[in-house]
Design a protein around this ligand. Structure first.
Ligand code: M6R
Length: 357
């Protein structure tokens, strides 16, 4: 039930700190170590390449998951849109492991790939919020998100839960491989949960940003570099899906290769700046669009902030920033949809799970 909340989406955004804490608890043993079923750990560890298959928001979580698995567990990862993989299968490695990320566990595009790769004899793992769902039943292994039912069509808490679970998987695999992990993931995820709480308490600020930048615009751009690029893809999907504003997420450096032609006086550009290595370059990209009349809104992370920033998110470990930087974009999308009198929880033309190919 949505209780006192006007919409499920807002309730589910607010649940994210609790979801992260629940995940830490669910994947921890009595001695405080992160644990995952040995069979799953072995299957991932023994694979020479991980193929992540997913759609929509789950695909965007998969892109972040690739970073986590490659950086922490040192296994190469490819991320594929399920409906593309099904018809355009890439050359596979000798010993692949397939991870299906799906909130509902019912997405037909992903299931089609699952059925296909099972026939080829490959190992499969489903990361889902719904125990007993089709993808969970049909895969060899399942990891649960423990996010509680997600009712709003726009996925929010499932995205953060997917990333949190993939970070735990990466850490456990790294330990099994004897790799050094130079941070305490349980501690860092705790910091993330607190940071999300701070952001959920800043709703007025995101409502003001939505009102100022998005209440009448026809289009909007999100830009980021590195891991922020993956988050802006998700940010633009969320905004499109519920507010019907034409939105695009771009890698900051790619704008000048064509898209910058779309910038007009007042075009809103929301930029994420959470990565030290690209902090100056993303700000350079913002300057390029401002010179063409864009209306910039920079959301940065503590420690990297500059005077022109519109909002500064609390600092978290640099590899976990998507868990935190996505929250302002969820709330901005929510308020933009609200201001434009859209049906936030049930956007037009969409269903919660897409069970047709
Ligand atoms: O249940 P799934 O995670 O497999 O669903 C995949 C997409 O259909 C889903 O994430 C969709 O993109 C959301 N409506 C986005 O908010």
């Amino acid at each position: 039930e949505k209780g006192t909340y006007p919409h499920y989406m807002l309730k589910e955004i607010d649940e994210q700190p609790a979801v992260i804490r629940k995940i830490i608890q669910q994947y921890q043993n009595e001695s405080g170590q992160l644990v995952i079923d040995q069979d799953i750990v072995d299957a991932v560890d023994q694979s020479d390449r991980v193929y992540i298959i997913a759609a929509g928001t789950s695909y965007h979580a998969g892109l972040v998951g690739k970073q986590l698995i490659e950086k922490i567990a040192h296994i190469p990862v490819e991320v594929h849109i399920a409906s593309e993989f099904a018809y355009n299968t890439p050359l596979l490695s000798a010993n692949p492991l397939f991870i299906f990320i799906s909130q509902s566990g019912e997405t037909a595009d992903s299931r089609q790939v699952l059925v296909h790769v099972k026939k080829l004899g490959y190992k499969t793992l489903t990361v889902t919020n719904v125990p007993g769902s089709t993808l969970s039943r049909e895969a060899d292994y399942t990891l649960l998100l423990h996010a509680g039912p997600e009712i709003a069509v726009a996925s929010t808490k499932a995205y953060t839960a997917q990333i949190a679970v993939l970070s735990i998987l990466s850490e456990v695999i790294a330990k099994k491989r004897g790799l050094e992990v130079n941070f305490d993931l349980i501690h860092e995820l705790g910091i993330v949960a607190n940071a999300i709480e701070v952001l959920c308490d800043s709703k007025d600020e995101f409502e003001a940003i939505a009102r100022e930048y998005l209440s009448t615009t026809r289009n909007a751009f999100f830009i980021g570099r590195g891991i922020d690029f993956y988050v802006v893809l998700e940010a633009s999907l969320k905004l499109k899906e519920i507010s019907y504003i034409q939105a695009e997420g771009f890698a900051g450096g790619e704008l000048k290769h064509g898209t910058i032609a779309l910038i007009e006086d007042g075009t809103p550009i929301i930029a994420l700046a959470t990565q030290e290595s690209v902090n100056l370059s993303i700000r350079g990209n913002v300057k390029e669009v401002v010179a063409r009349g864009a209306n910039p809104c920079i959301i940065s992370m503590k420690g990297l902030e500059m005077e022109e920033d519109r909002f500064v998110i609390p600092e978290v470990h640099e590899i976990l920033t998507p868990l935190v930087s996505v929250i302002p974009t969820q709330l901005i999308a929510y308020y933009a949809a609200l201001h434009r009198e859209c049906d936030v929880d049930k956007p037009r033309n969409l269903a919660k799970s897409v069970t047709v190919e």
